[in-house]
Ligand binder design. Structure first.
Ligand code: NAD
Ligand code: UFG
Length: 353
C-alpha cells in the first residue's frame, strides 16, 4: 500500500512541485491549503502532470487553515478511520514576504509560529510524529562566513526570519523534551527559483514581485518595464548581490530525500541547508535569463535595498552526506524552465493582474 503524507501549503510554489515528485514516486497525498497565496488550478495541473485524478485517492485536496485545530483533528481522524493514516507531514504552509512581516508581525507570528504549533499538537495527538519543515536561510541573517554551515549563528533580522527561527526552536524543544519520539527535518532553503520543465506550474506571486527571479521573468515577458538592481557597490565580482539559486525541482527532490531519510531512520531532529553551494550575482541572473529567453532585460542600477546581505551561499555538504541529495540543475536550466512557465502563463494562474 502507498505511503500517505499530509502536505500543508501544497498548492504553493515549492509545495506544488514537491507534490509532483512525490506522486511520481508513488506516495498518496492530502494537500491542506487555504489558497491565501495560491490557486486551486496549480493542483489541477499537478494532477494532470502526475497523471492522477484530481481529488482522488492519490491526491486529495482540503481547503482549510493550519491554525484551525478542528480541521486538523478531522483530517487526522478521518485518515486513521479509513485505515490510511498519515505517515508524515511536509509543512510548507506559511507566509514568506519579508516586508509584509515588518508591517504585520502579529500576522506572521500567528500563521508561521502559532499555525505550526497547532499542527504539531494535532500530529502529536494522532501519533503522527514525522515532519519535514520549510525553514529558510533567512535564519542566518547577515552571515559572518560564506559558504554558510548549519552551525552558523542563528541571528534573524526581520519578523519573518524570527518566525522561522522560532519554529526551529520549537522543534528542537520537542525533540529534546520527548526524546526518541519525533523524526524531524528542518530544511533551510536558499533561493528557490525556476519551474517545472513542462512550463505548466511555476511561481505566481501576487502583485509586484519582491524577489529577483520572478521580477526578471516578468520584465522578459513584458509585464514590467525594467528591473531595479539593488546596489552595484557590493564586495562581489560585479558589485551586485550574490545568492545561491536552487531549481525548485531540485528542492522538491530534496524533500523526498528528507522524507525518506526520516522514514528509514530513527527519531531525530535534522537540520540541513538546501542550496547548490554556488553563487550567482544579480547581473549573472539577468544575463542568463536574457540568453534563455532571447529577450532583453532592461535594468537600472539603484541604491542598495535595506536588509540585504552582499553574499549568501550554502555549504550543502550536510545534505549530501545525510540525505544523499545535491542539486543537479544549473542556472541555465533554471532560466530555461522559468522562461517556459512565464512565457506560457504570462499572468500566472490568473487571467489578469
Ligand atoms: P507559497 O506562498 O507559494 O506557498 C505557501 C502555501 O501555503 C500557499 O499555497 C498558501 O496558500 C498556503 N498557506 C498560507 N497560509 C496558510 C494557512 N494558514 N493555512 C493553510 N495554508 C496556508 O510559498 P513557497 O515559496 O511555496 O514557500 C513554502 C514554504 O517555504 C513557506 O513556509 C516559506 O516560508 C518557505 N520558504 C520559501 C522560500 C522562498 O523563497 N520561496 C525560501 C525559504 C523558505
Ligand atoms: N534584487 C534586485 N532587484 C529586485 C529584487 C532583488 O536587485 O527587484 C536583488 C537583491 O538585492 C538580492 C538578490 O536580488 O541581491 C536576491 O534578492 P531576492 O529578493 O530574490 O532574495 P533574497 O536573497 O533577498 O531573499 C530570499 C527570500 C527570503 C529568504 C531568502 C533566503 O525572499 O524570504 O531568499 O532563502 F529568506
Amino acid at each position: 500500500m502507498s505511503r500517505r503524507v499530509l502536505i500543508t501549503g501544497g498548492a504553493g510554489f515549492i509545495g506544488s512541485h514537491t507534490c509532483i515528485v512525490l506522486l511520481e514516486a508513488g506516495y498518496d497525498l492530502l494537500v491542506l491549503d487555504n489558497f491565501s497565496n495560491s490557486s486551486p488550478e496549480a493542483l489541477a495541473r499537478v494532477a494532470s502532470l502526475a497523471d492522477v485524478p484530481l481529488d482522488g485517492q492519490q491526491l486529495q485536496i482540503k481547503r482549510g487553515d493550519i491554525r484551525d485545530p478542528i480541521t486538523l483533528d478531522e483530517l487526522f481522524s478521518a485518515a486513521a478511520a479509513s485505515g490510511r493514516p498519515f505517515e508524515a507531514v511536509i509543512h510548507f504552509a506559511g507566509l514568506k514576504a519579508v516586508g509584509e512581516s515588518v508591517e504585520k508581525p502579529l500576522f506572521y507570528w500567528d500563521v508561521n509560529v502559532a499555525g505550526s504549533r497547532t499542527l504539531l499538537a494535532a500530529m502529536d495527538a494522532h501519533a503522527c510524529r514525522t515532519l519535514v519543515f520549510s525553514s529558510s536561510a533567512t535564519v542566518y541573517g547577515y552571515p559572518e562566513t560564506v559558504p554558510i554551515l548549519e552551525s552558523a549563528p542563528i541571528q534573524p533580522i526581520n519578523p519573518y526570519g524570527f518566525s522561522k527561527a522560532a519554529v526551529e526552536q520549537m522543534l528542537a524543544d520537542l525533540n529534546s523534551g520527548t526524546p526518541n519520539t519525533w523524526r524531524i527535518a528542518s530544511l533551510r532553503y536558499f533561493n528557490p527559483v525556476g519551474a517545472h520543465p513542462s512550463g505548466q506550474i511555476g511561481e505566481d506571486p501576487l502583485g509586484i514581485p519582491n524577489n529577483l527571479f520572478p521580477f526578471v521573468s516578468q520584465v522578459a515577458v513584458g509585464r514590467r518595464a525594467q528591473l531595479r538592481v539593488f546596489g552595484s557597490d557590493w564586495p562581489t565580482h560585479d558589485g551586485t548581490g550574490v545568492r545561491d539559486y536552487v531549481h525548485v525541482m531540485d528542492l522538491a527532490e530534496g524533500h523526498k530525500a528528507a522524507l525518506e531519510t526520516l522514514l528509514s531512520q530513527g527519531p531525530q531532529h535534522l537540520t540541513c541547508n538546501l542550496g547548490s553551494g554556488d553563487g550567482a550575482s544579480v547581473l549573472d541572473v539577468v544575463n542568463a535569463f536574457s540568453a534563455a529567453s532571447g529577450q532583453g532585460i532592461p535594468y537600472a542600477l539603484v541604491d542598495r535595498r535595506p536588509g540585504d546581505a552582499a553574499v549568501t551561499i550554502a555549504d550543502p555538504s550536510r545534505a549530501a552526506d545525510i540525505l544523499q541529495w545535491r542539486t543537479k540543475r544549473t542556472l541555465t536550466d533554471i532560466c530555461r524552465d522559468g522562461w517556459a512557465w512565464q512565457r506560457a502563463n504570462p499572468m500566472g494562474y490568473r487571467q489578469s493582474e
